[in-house]
Design a protein around this ligand. Sequence first.
Ligand SMILES: [Zn+2]
Ligand SMILES: [Zn+2]
Length: 247
Amino acid sequence: MIIIIIFFLSHWFLSLFFHSFFLHRYASHKMYSTSKNWEKVFYFSTWFVQGSSFLVPSAYAVMHRMHHTYSDTEKDPHSPHFFKDIWHMMVHTAAIFHSFATGKNKPDEEFTKDYLPSWSRLDKIGHSNISRVLFGLAYTSVYIFFAPSAWWFLLLPIHFLMGPIQGAIVNWCGHKYGYSNFNNGDHSKNTSPWGILLMGELFQNNHHHAKNNANFARRWFEFDLTYIIMKGMNRLSIIKLIPVPAA
Ligand SMILES: [Zn+2]
Ligand SMILES: [Zn+2]
């Protein structure tokens, strides 16, 4: 049982970390600079930890930049205020994501003009059915070998859809429940103390107020774990945080 719990928590937090650190704070907002080699390491790690639910960074970033521009309006790709439940919002988001990831839909130039990391070979592999199915089989085999009873298999869908599930929790809860520090003209909210489980991503109200600030926490009781790790990486010169004027 302990192996399953460790496996689940490792997958949850590693997937979330690269989601927040690489897809959100780098690919979408470029909050730090890094070398080409480190960028490849982060890109590869994002694919490896997201596995069956890998989110192609450029498609993610374009969609996320749209989210900031159109926050909580009809053009927002995933505002909870236009869907009756989180599942319908996820399905709608997935369709937009897929159209960008496959090139079927071309985004407006304003969302692609800033730097977008790209590794077309890995995107192709990561977005292929074969890669997604192989990762799914790998997760299932961990459960076959180590789950003490069949009930534990109920956790498998979370492994299969880890990236989109974490994104949907942030997009739904972060624009619906909690308190505001700032009036951003949208429904963005901060959720504390649950924010800790989403590594800073649930401070949406703070983040929408200053989208280029790598630190999502503002008040003494708000804690942005991803940013703390980023500060350590900055000190080790793995990344270089780009300073922003205090907002
Ligand atoms: Zn948001
Ligand atoms: Zn953002």
